[in-house]
Design a protein around this ligand. Structure first.
Ligand SMILES: [Fe+2]
Length: 198
């Protein structure tokens, strides 16, 4: 079944994010979604007998399938967890963050350090293996994420996410991100973990 592009126009007007930047970012996301559909369609008929490490249509499609999927899904996570509703987390999520990072301040400090460490993505995840919260950094869209994770929060750290508004001042972009972090969405994702839902 084809993947459908989601609309995130509700974010236009968000303090710290220009309309021009957001619209360009939405276009990038749509491009990944379209490519995911194109790859899946081509894979349905690609010749399996020519699969090859150096080059082959089927092999190339498989190598880029995860890029397009993660490029789509990670952007949806990111746009969904933008938009202010709560200033700080509370309840079960807050307790879990304190359990695994010490304090909420230490958690944010760690996540900011992760963001400055990657040109790609930072994810806060629930790790189903050790049942703890972790930060993981991704290079490109498909490199660096351990298996068996439930993403709870995503920060897009690619330059296209901030260069237009902040130049190389990535820390200022992170200030805008944390100011506009939609904790309700993150808490809902964690509530699903506690119910053992995907
Ligand atoms: Fe992006």
């Amino acid at each position: 079944m084809a993947h459908t592009v989601k609309n995130f126009d509700r974010l236009i007007g968000l303090d710290g994010f220009s309309e021009k930047l957001l619209k360009q970012h939405f276009s990038l996301y749509q491009g990944y979604c379209n490519k995911l559909n194109e790859i899946e369609e081509k894979l349905s008929t690609a010749d399996r007998t020519t699969a090859n490490y150096s080059f082959g249509e089927f092999s190339e499609l498989k190598r880029r399938e995860t890029v397009a999927f993660n490029g789509t899904y990670l952007h949806e996570l990111y746009f969904e967890n933008l938009g202010p509703t709560l200033l700080t987390p509370d309840g079960a999520l807050s307790e879990a963050l304190k359990r695994d990072f010490g304090t909420l301040q230490a958690w944010e400090k760690d996540m900011r350090a992760c963001a400055l460490s990657t040109p790609g993505w930072v994810l806060l995840t629930h790790n189903w293996v050790d049942s703890k919260l972790h930060h993981y950094i991704l290079y490109e869209h498909h490199i660096g994420l351990p298996v068996h994770q439930k993403p709870l929060l995503a920060i897009d750290c690619w330059e296209h996410a901030f260069m237009l508004d902040y130049g190389t001042a990535k820390a200022e972009y992170l200030n805008a991100f944390f100011k506009n972090l939609n904790w309700n969405v993150v808490e809902d994702r964690f509530a699903r973990v506690l119910k053992h839902l995907k």
